[in-house]
Design a binder for this molecule. Structure first.
Ligand SMILES: [Zn+2]
Length: 187
């Protein structure tokens, strides 16, 4: 019987998990594969979902809450109670489109910073769901972008690493109290 994973999409004053922010080396450590999807993992998923909803996020990767596991939660419609969240365990990118697109991103680990990032328009990902079943998904638009953004976190990459315009980035980061020294630019 599939386990019940859904949590209420409400904002808690004290969400169960603490976010880590740009500059914290926790965000730079790669995440480990999950060997077994069990109740312990499902409890982490619930805690991550509540933490994401409480912070007005649409995606959260486990390293952002200091958990070095290949685990991602996403909900592109957090205000729609009927839209179930997407849970990706041990996700692997199978294919990306050659076509790229540019869109604005933000990150719960870099609050207040929003900048345009170029990424493949479409992504195909294989993963396990919260019951350990293998699944795959092709996604574009906001969902495709969100999956790529969150998968970067599993590799210790944050979206600002992908921004070429370092002048604009430095300005944007300093306005929000972050330092360029925390950025690992990807050529
Ligand atoms: Zn992020």
């Amino acid at each position: 019987m599939p386990a019940e994973i859904a949590v209420e999409k409400t904002k808690l004053k004290n969400p169960p998990l603490k976010l880590h922010y740009l500059g914290d080396r926790v965000l730079r450590q790669p995440a480990k594969r999950i060997a077994k999807v069990d109740d312990n993992i499902r409890q982490i998923v619930r805690d991550m979902l509540q933490t994401m909803y409480s912070n007005d996020g649409i995606g959260l990767a486990a390293p952002q809450v200091g958990i070095h596991k290949q685990l991602i939660v996403i909900d592109c419609e957090p205000d729609n109670p009927a839209n179930p969240p997407l849970i990706l365990i041990n996700p692997v990118i199978k294919q990306v489109s050659r076509e790229l697109c540019l869109a604005q991103e933000g990150c719960l680990s870099i609050p207040g910073v929003y900048m345009d990032v170029t990424r493949p328009q479409l992504v195909e990902v294989a993963y396990k769901d919260e019951n350990g079943r293998p699944r795959s998904l092709k996604a574009g638009d906001l969902l495709g972008r969100c999956i790529q953004h969150e998968m970067d976190h599993l590799n210790g990459v944050v979206f600002v690493d992908r921004i070429d315009n370092s002048l604009a980035l430095a300005q944007e980061l300093s306005q929000q109290g972050f330092s360029m020294q925390a950025v690992n630019h990807i050529p």
